[in-house]
Ligand binder design. Structure first.
Ligand code: AFD
Ligand code: MN
Ligand code: MN
Length: 397
């Protein structure tokens, strides 16, 4: 049972915690081995936004939707007004802008890292067009992930590619204005299987530093080797004021894009702990974009996103409950067991009652999953979308 002081702290933490949803999480996506079509899945960007709006309506913590330029703005800037109108009709706003320089045929040997200067120019022009969309939607963040890399030794100059990326990202940075930021995401492998051009946090950090002060590192929790200590990376980036945000998901083996917290909730808690501990020590909450990046191939897409949002709120709440003053004392005194127990006590605290109290105070159903299921949203979506989804063949493409 939480003390009244902990309850007050928890309610305040929930008021300040939001997590952005990925538009691509609501459409029929899958793995490279095919996809299993869901009749209720979104079949256009307006429906993806409507589905994200439904998650926000039931959870109260997902007010924005990250979008993918090629998939959500097929006509570029001219799609912006309509999508912003759709977003506000569903009680959400457009969030991070994701350029796409990984699926066009010309990017076979890379985008900003391509040895052909014409392809590098084409990639840069798409990213600069994405900055214009970012400006038009009023989005703060440009979320940059690159599939660039080599799959065989000797098939490219690692240093030349580093130089091209440095130049390209500098040019992107120069196009930013106002409160705009660019978040540089790293990934150790996939689809490149020998040397990915932005493979780890160090490379993303160096590229960001070269680009300029608006560039920060984006940590995708699925983009690490099995043994990597993600919360240590988070602590370093916080200390350097270089943590831009997260793409949250969970994994058992690689970039599995599973439901946040389904495999290792204690690791997610430790990541949030580093942020809450930093906030307590500095007295200032870092400006971090919490975003989901998952591919809901098997579960109902909206239900999995509600599950993800609930897990994120619960684990963030637990991290907020750590007795930081006590922990700092034990760490200083080298009291190892007592220091560790500060984390474990908070991790095992039952925060579901206070989460239900918070939802009630916001006029939300205490159980968002049950409320969503009772709403009949899925059945209605199936009726409206089944025919269009039937046409989406499950293929190796
Ligand atoms: C894939 C990539 C990366 C990127 C996401 C959205 O691995 O995580 O952020 O697609 O473009 O998951
Ligand atoms: Mn990602
Ligand atoms: Mn990924």
């Amino acid at each position: 049972m939480l003390t009244s002081q902990q309850t007050e702290l928890a309610l305040k933490a929930l008021d300040n915690f939001t997590i952005e949803l990925p538009s691509w999480g609501f459409a029929n996506t899958g793995t490279r081995f095919g996809k299993f079509i869901q009749a209720s899945a979104a079949t256009c960007t307006a429906e993806k936004i409507a589905d994200a709006g439904a998650v926000h309506r039931f959870t109260g913590c997902c007010p924005s939707v990250a979008v993918h330029v090629l998939w959500d703005f097929p006509n570029g800037l001219s799609d912006v007004a309509g999508l912003m109108k759709t977003a506000s009709e569903h009680g959400v706003r457009i969030g991070a802008i994701n350029p796409n320089v990984f699926q066009d045929q010309c990017y076979k040997n890379g985008s900003l890292g391509n040895p052909d200067p014409e392809v590098r120019k084409q990639a840069l022009s798409h990213i600069l067009d994405s900055v214009e969309i970012q400006r038009a939607t009023g989005s703060r963040d440009l979320s940059l992930w690159f599939a660039d890399g080599l799959s065989y030794p000797g098939t490219g100059s690692i240093r030349a590619r580093k130089g091209w990326f440095t130049d390209g990202l500098k040019t992107v940075h120069a196009a930013l204005s106002g409160n705009q930021r660019m978040l540089v995401e790293y990934k150790p492998f996939e689809p490149a299987f020998y040397a990915t051009d932005i493979a780890d946090w160090g490379m993303a950090y160096i590229y960001s530093k070269h680009a300029g002060p608006r560039a920060k590192v984006l940590v995708d929790t699925g983009h690490h080797y099995q043994t990597q200590n993600i919360e240590q990376i988070v602590a370093w980036l916080l200390a350097e004021d270089m943590l831009g945000g997260f793409h949250f998901n969970d994994r058992r083996y690689a970039d599995d894009d599973l439901t946040l917290g389904c495999m290792d909730p204690y690791q997610v808690f430790r990541i949030f702990h580093e942020i809450c501990y930093f906030t307590w020590e500095t007295g200032k909450a870092p400006d971090i974009a919490y975003m989901v990046d998952q591919s809901h191939n098997l579960k109902n897409k909206i239900e999995e996103t509600i599950q993800t949002s609930n897990n994120a709120q619960e684990l963030y709440l637990k991290a907020a409950l750590v007795d930081h003053a006590q922990l700092a004392q034990y760490q200083k005194a080298g009291e190892l067991v007592d220091a560790e127990e500060c984390l474990r006590t908070a991790f095992f605290a039952d925060v579901r009652p206070v989460l239900r109290e918070w939802r009630k105070s916001k006029g939300l159903a205490e159980d968002p999953m049950a409320a969503f299921r009772e709403s009949g949203y899925t059945r209605k979506a199936e009726q409206e979308r089944a025919a269009r989804n039937q046409g989406a063949v499950s293929s190796y493409a």
